[in-house]
Design a protein around this ligand. Structure first.
Ligand SMILES: [Zn+2]
Length: 112
Protein backbone atom coordinates (compact mmCIF):
# COMPACT_ATOMS: atom_id res chain seq x y z
CA UNK A 1 0.00 0.00 0.00
CA UNK A 2 1.35 3.35 -1.02
CA UNK A 3 0.20 6.19 1.16
CA UNK A 4 1.40 9.60 2.13
CA UNK A 5 0.77 11.37 5.43
CA UNK A 6 -1.45 14.44 5.13
CA UNK A 7 0.06 17.89 5.30
CA UNK A 8 -0.17 18.85 9.01
CA UNK A 9 -1.03 22.45 8.08
CA UNK A 10 -3.92 21.26 5.96
CA UNK A 11 -5.13 18.99 8.78
CA UNK A 12 -5.01 21.93 11.18
CA UNK A 13 -7.06 24.01 8.76
CA UNK A 14 -9.64 21.25 8.32
CA UNK A 15 -10.23 20.70 12.05
CA UNK A 16 -9.95 24.29 13.26
CA UNK A 17 -13.72 24.78 13.59
CA UNK A 18 -14.29 21.39 15.17
CA UNK A 19 -14.86 21.09 18.88
CA UNK A 20 -11.82 19.64 20.64
CA UNK A 21 -13.06 16.49 22.34
CA UNK A 22 -9.63 14.88 22.74
CA UNK A 23 -7.97 17.37 25.13
CA UNK A 24 -10.65 17.15 27.87
CA UNK A 25 -10.60 13.35 27.57
CA UNK A 26 -6.83 13.22 27.92
CA UNK A 27 -6.96 15.58 30.93
CA UNK A 28 -9.64 13.49 32.63
CA UNK A 29 -7.69 10.33 31.96
CA UNK A 30 -4.47 11.82 33.35
CA UNK A 31 -6.31 12.81 36.52
CA UNK A 32 -7.72 9.31 36.83
CA UNK A 33 -4.27 7.73 36.52
CA UNK A 34 -2.77 10.19 39.03
CA UNK A 35 -5.30 9.03 41.64
CA UNK A 36 -4.79 5.34 40.89
CA UNK A 37 -3.69 3.20 43.79
CA UNK A 38 -0.74 0.90 43.14
CA UNK A 39 -1.61 -2.72 44.06
CA UNK A 40 1.99 -3.44 45.15
CA UNK A 41 3.36 -0.43 47.05
CA UNK A 42 -0.10 0.99 47.91
CA UNK A 43 0.88 4.52 46.93
CA UNK A 44 -1.14 6.84 44.73
CA UNK A 45 0.18 8.16 41.47
CA UNK A 46 0.43 6.32 38.20
CA UNK A 47 1.07 7.16 34.62
CA UNK A 48 -0.53 5.78 31.52
CA UNK A 49 1.54 3.80 29.10
CA UNK A 50 0.17 2.98 25.69
CA UNK A 51 0.45 -0.54 24.40
CA UNK A 52 2.64 -0.50 21.32
CA UNK A 53 0.99 -1.76 18.15
CA UNK A 54 1.90 -5.30 17.14
CA UNK A 55 3.28 -5.31 13.62
CA UNK A 56 4.11 -8.42 11.64
CA UNK A 57 5.99 -8.64 8.38
CA UNK A 58 4.18 -10.59 5.70
CA UNK A 59 4.72 -11.10 2.00
CA UNK A 60 2.58 -8.02 1.46
CA UNK A 61 4.70 -5.93 3.76
CA UNK A 62 4.05 -4.66 7.27
CA UNK A 63 0.69 -5.43 8.81
CA UNK A 64 -0.67 -4.11 12.09
CA UNK A 65 -2.30 -7.05 13.85
CA UNK A 66 -2.92 -5.31 17.15
CA UNK A 67 -3.47 -1.59 17.48
CA UNK A 68 -3.85 0.53 20.63
CA UNK A 69 -6.68 2.32 18.86
CA UNK A 70 -10.16 0.85 19.04
CA UNK A 71 -13.66 2.08 19.70
CA UNK A 72 -12.53 4.80 22.13
CA UNK A 73 -11.04 8.08 20.86
CA UNK A 74 -8.06 7.48 23.14
CA UNK A 75 -5.61 4.63 22.69
CA UNK A 76 -5.69 1.66 25.03
CA UNK A 77 -3.12 1.68 27.77
CA UNK A 78 -2.23 0.42 31.18
CA UNK A 79 -1.05 1.97 34.43
CA UNK A 80 2.56 2.26 35.54
CA UNK A 81 3.22 3.13 39.19
CA UNK A 82 5.41 6.24 39.54
CA UNK A 83 6.98 4.83 42.71
CA UNK A 84 7.82 1.19 42.00
CA UNK A 85 7.26 0.83 38.24
CA UNK A 86 4.64 -1.86 38.66
CA UNK A 87 2.56 -2.22 35.51
CA UNK A 88 -1.08 -3.14 35.95
CA UNK A 89 -4.49 -2.96 34.36
CA UNK A 90 -6.38 0.02 35.83
CA UNK A 91 -9.77 -1.65 35.32
CA UNK A 92 -9.11 -5.16 36.61
CA UNK A 93 -6.06 -4.62 38.81
CA UNK A 94 -4.27 -7.46 37.03
CA UNK A 95 -0.52 -7.01 37.46
CA UNK A 96 1.48 -7.27 34.24
CA UNK A 97 4.94 -6.66 35.59
CA UNK A 98 6.56 -5.78 38.89
CA UNK A 99 9.96 -5.99 40.52
CA UNK A 100 10.53 -9.02 42.76
CA UNK A 101 12.02 -6.72 45.41
CA UNK A 102 8.73 -4.87 45.81
CA UNK A 103 6.72 -8.03 46.57
CA UNK A 104 5.85 -8.72 50.20
CA UNK A 105 8.48 -10.97 51.78
CA UNK A 106 6.03 -13.82 52.42
CA UNK A 107 5.81 -14.38 48.69
CA UNK A 108 9.57 -14.62 48.22
CA UNK A 109 10.03 -17.30 50.93
CA UNK A 110 11.44 -20.50 49.48
CA UNK A 111 9.02 -23.39 49.17
CA UNK A 112 9.14 -25.96 51.99
ZN1 LIG B 1 3.87 1.07 43.29
Amino acid sequence: VNWKPMDPNLVRQLIQDQEDIITPLVKAENERYKKLHCPICRQDGCKKRIKPPKVIITEKGQQVVESPFGSSPLPYGYAVCSHCDTEFDPETGVIYKTKASTLPSSQSDPLP
